[in-house]
Write a protein that binds this ligand. Structure first.
Ligand code: ZN
Length: 451
């Protein structure tokens, strides 16, 4: 592997070792407070693969965008890096990759690697290792999947995901120990300038499914009948709406108020029309044959692919639109079909990052309660139709698994539904306080006895 630590001067331990060590200690101290840092960069060329390795001192979230066929490059955004790095252009010039450019956006906590590839390059793959923390970004001579689950430690898609250090709990630790800097308002534009400070914040709550679109269903019978996801999502949504509406500085609107069929695109259009400040879609998860799967997951939009196979399966399930006659159809992806202008791309990415920040707030808030602390599955990204918009952060919460009979007992419990609403409310309130200095956050006590 060729070492390119020179890119990141604090990695250079050869000159003036004491100064370098002092500098390293300083960087580690700062990074422990503020986010992940890159400790080493290297690459390796083979005929069919160029491997680019990024070593880190903490776990990170990764998102990749493929423009290989259209524009001859792809890029990988590493979230959670608040250290500012100088823009660098590295000549690789092997059979697959011309150059790699690193661009730092410390104000967004993002370090971007752009891979300018040759004609022989057809795809790429990003793998995340958790012990030690590093990313392998492979440019490939064949087409490939985009972002794969961690390749060491327990995978999030199998096994008990809760009690090992490489589970999403790592993300929780990172979130709780990381002070994410305030997100600057995205560049002003007629579309983005609609959020007003001081006015009541509008939260659009989207109870998933409805009408002929029943969503997931319970395996166990409750009072002799199957429970459908569409019923529970509406119940959770009403609890959240009630709490939000009782606050002085927020108001909630629902995308459906009864058992009605609402197409996914109409839900997005509705939120845009409301000029909402936040969109939150509520769902119950489906173990897809695994009755033991349990716990909450929180998603933000990833334009290209999902974090892992399980996240992809969730998105595929939630992206099904159901017609009035009950037949399911894959929802259109109008936004992705468009060729985005640079400005639109920038805007989408800004909201994507803000949505991730909302996810961290929600996960943090849920970690305050023992139930969710035991069963949190973490933050994930996937390609959800209902999360695609240019106007507001949007997240999708899978509260728990309707297919797990133990968890189902909680999901149908109005006290649990209220608790969930309180935790969501606290997270939303903190998020708004972070983005609007005139917003006064309010914290509701989570004094709800579940049993
Ligand atoms: Zn759903």
């Amino acid at each position: 592997m060729q070492n390119v630590s020179k890119w990141f001067p604090f990695c250079d331990r050869t000159n003036q070792p004491w100064a370098a060590i002092a500098f390293l200690l300083c960087i580690f101290a700062i990074s422990a407070l503020y986010g992940a840092s890159v400790t080493r960069i290297s690459w390796d060329s083979e005929a069919e693969r160029t491997r680019f390795a990024v070593e880190l001192d903490q776990d990170v979230v990764v998102n990749a965008v493929d423009n290989i066929r259209e524009k001859g490059f792809y890029y990988v955004d590493v979230y959670g890096i608040t250290t500012a790095y100088k823009r660098r252009l590295l000549d690789i010039n092997d059979s697959l990759v011309r150059q790699v450019e690193s661009i730092s956006y410390p104000e967004h906590g993002v370090l971007r690697f752009v891979f300018y590839v040759k004609d022989q390059a057809k795809g790429f793959q990003v793998q995340r290792e958790t012990a030690p923390f590093r990313l392998f970004i492979d440019t490939l001579a064949t087409t490939s999947s985009l972002v794969s689950p961690p390749i060491s430690g327990a995978s999030r898609t199998s096994g008990p995901p809760f009690n090992d250090v490489s589970s999403p709990i790592v993300i929780r630790d990172r979130v709780s120990s990381t002070r994410i800097p305030p997100i600057p308002e995205p560049p002003s534009s007629p579309l983005l300038g609609r959020r007003s400070q001081g006015a009541k914040k509008i939260v659009v709550i989207d109870p998933g499914h409805g009408g002929a679109n029943q969503g997931a269903s319970s395996q166990a019978l409750v009072n002799g009948r199957i429970i459908y996801e569409k019923e529970l999502t509406l119940q959770f949504a009403y609890h959240l709406k009630k709490i939000i509406d009782s606050s002085p500085n927020m108001v909630a609107v629902l995308t459906r108020t009864g058992d009605t069929l609402v197409p996914l695109s109409d839900r997005v259009a509705f939120a845009e029309k409301q000029k909402a400040d936040l969109f939150i879609s509520i769902h119950m998860n489906d173990g897809a044959g695994n009755p033991n799967a349990r716990g909450m997951e929180i998603f933000y939009l990833s334009e290209k692919g999902a974090d892992d196979a399980a996240a992809k399966a969730v998105a595929e399930r939630e992206n099904l639109d159901v017609l009035a006659n009950g037949s399911a159809t894959r929802a259109g992806t109008p936004l992705l079909a468009q060729l985005l202008t640079d400005l639109e791309r920038q805007r989408l990415e800004s909201w994507q990052y803000e949505s991730y920040v909302v996810c961290t707030r929600i996960l943090n808030s849920f970690q305050q309660h023992p139930y969710f602390r035991s069963y949190a599955r973490g933050i994930k990204s996937a390609n959800f139709v209902v999360l695609k918009n240019f106007y507001m952060p949007a997240v999708l919460l899978e509260v728990g698994f309707i297919t797990n009979s133990d968890e189902l007992r909680y999901l149908i419990n109005p006290k649990f539904q209220k608790l969930t609403a309180i935790l969501l409310y606290n997270a939303i309130s903190e998020y708004f306080a972070q983005t609007d200095p005139t917003f006064r956050p309010e914290r509701k006590p989570m004094s709800v006895a579940l049993e």
